[in-house]
Design a protein around this ligand. Sequence first.
Ligand code: BGC
Length: 689
Amino acid sequence: MKCTKEYRLGFTEKAKSILKNLTLEEKVYLMSGRMSLAQEMENIKTDPDNLHYNYVPYPAGGIERVGVPPMLFCDGPRGVVCGNGKTTCFPVSMLRGASFDVLLEEKIGHAIGKEIKAFGGNLFGGVCINLPYNPGWGRSQETYGEESYHLGQMGAALVRGVQEEDIIACVKHYAFNQMENSRFKVSVECDKRTEREVYLPHFKECIDAGAASVMSSYNLYHGTHCGHHDYLLNEVLKKEWDFDGFVMSDFYWGVKDTVEAANGGQDMEMAHTVFFGDKLVQAVKDGKVSEEKIDESALRIIRTLLAFTSQQDTQCNSSVLASKEHIALALESARKGITLLKNEKQILPLDKKKVKKILVLGALGEAEPIGDHGSSWVRPPYVISPVQGLSMAAPDTEVIFDKGEDLDRAKALAKEADAVVFVVGYDYNDEGEFVSAEEAEGYTGSMGGDRKYSLGLHQNEIELIKSVGPVNDCSTAVLIGGNTIMITEWMDSVGAIIMAYYPGMEGGRALGEIIFGDISPSGKLPYVLPYQESDLPQVDWETTKQHYDYYHGYAKLEKEGVKPLLPYGFGLSYTTFEVSDATFKAEGNQVYASCKLKNTGNREGAEVVQMYVGFSKSSIDRPVKLLRGFTRVNLVPGEEMIVTLSCPTEKLCYYNEETNQMELEAMEYEVYIGTSSDNKDLIKGSVKL
Ligand code: BGC
């Protein structure tokens, strides 16, 4: 890897010698952005058809005289936000999480890195790894799931892919940023074990993978703004984790105070100079911020930029943008992440020859399923809708579309069709990034917010499915959304249910292929699906103070003995797999689980093999078990393979609040290997550490 920490540290001396020649004003100049909100609004007004938030890389710092290039920020995560109609729109991260495909995530990182180079950018601000405490978080779509270990693995893969292209990866939003409506005011509180075992390990994983930049979050943690947080930024990130890169604030409202932010470890105010600049120079002159502090920030910025730009491979030209290869990756990702939740009587896949007429119901059937209209809004050259995707997969089948507003009409159409597909769920109005009109000085592009009423479908969609589903024996519900969508109330009214998340520009095609059986589904839920919402932790989306308990998601349900409707890691296939011959061992500093995986069905398919570790012998309160390994395996009918998963023992540690350290308990650990987090899908063994 070209841009490893070691490589970057090799630039320390050069950065120091540049630093020596800079004035205080110049050093401070490196520490902030140059795109004001007013300027941005003005641009958008000039050409609303082409210009939008983040349409070009946003600059910060840069001093030509001494050869320090500016930082040039491009947003993500579902691709590169720059340009209009130019870049590849991948599925959202939640779908990519459902693919459990680390190698594919790395490839997506490479593609994103190349597209950033085509815009002349040098930083990707789209490695979002926040952990939704409650799945109603409006920006859940930007992260990979509910599980810290899995978030860390997927985020680290994106970091590697992007940075191997010599583009700085920025990991966000550090930390505890999983409430949208109240993100500028909420103070999150939790105990130390929750902080260290649940909310921080995935950030550490990305730092250990070499991430060279971190974006602090808007929210507060224990009463202090995360953009000013001495403990989070100076103590944990920079000292304990030995992070060598730089921190930037979240945009416009992430720094609130010059002195507190600079002393708290903030290196760069984005996207515009408000509290840094002259005010920071003055604070140094007044003795409120030491010049060493400024030197430290400037050194981090210079070193990182030199390292990433000194060796940058040929700048990519625009032919990489939404290139055939990148679009093929977007399709591969959608195929691998879309998750089959129910398939009673094997009604799927549909037989192209027998299904002459298919009815698509629900307004989302013709919509663009790419996600919210916030800062991660990628504008691809085209988007394939579910209706288009079905037509493409079965060109001889008549595809009829109806919004489903008139139930009698929908029923009559459903009676005449050979199959019915409901496309229901959310769009950018229902969930996503949220900035109120006052905050955004008139900008209204981003109005999703947290889920407003429940984690369920809209009432009219529920009525549609309940009354029309039973009319046709072959009815499937396709769910569009960024996180958990409740199905309990209406699941008996349809034969099949598919979670499509926001599958991106090629998502409609992948859906069509899965429904008509060109591809076997292989995605797995990256979150637990409960019978009822109240089984999950509850939050007040508008509050100024929110406590996070230690338990959430599948770990909470399992601890409380509450059976989920569908377990974490669950997803059906058109073929069948058998797991056998499991073995478990601890060797060196690793725990291993192996099994034989066989495709026992009659078609090719992929399975995600998962390893969990259990803590029932612990002397303290610990989860029943946690995911600690996974891999995807593709097998043709009859094929079998030995699959071995491993996990460093340090990932089994707990945080000892007395010694203030992560510690490994000497005891017997249960180890499980199988195809979901449900014990009935797992073979159990144990290891002694
Ligand atoms: C978002 C960040 C984003 C930044 C720049 C903020 O509003 O919270 O995720 O990277 O804008 O677009």
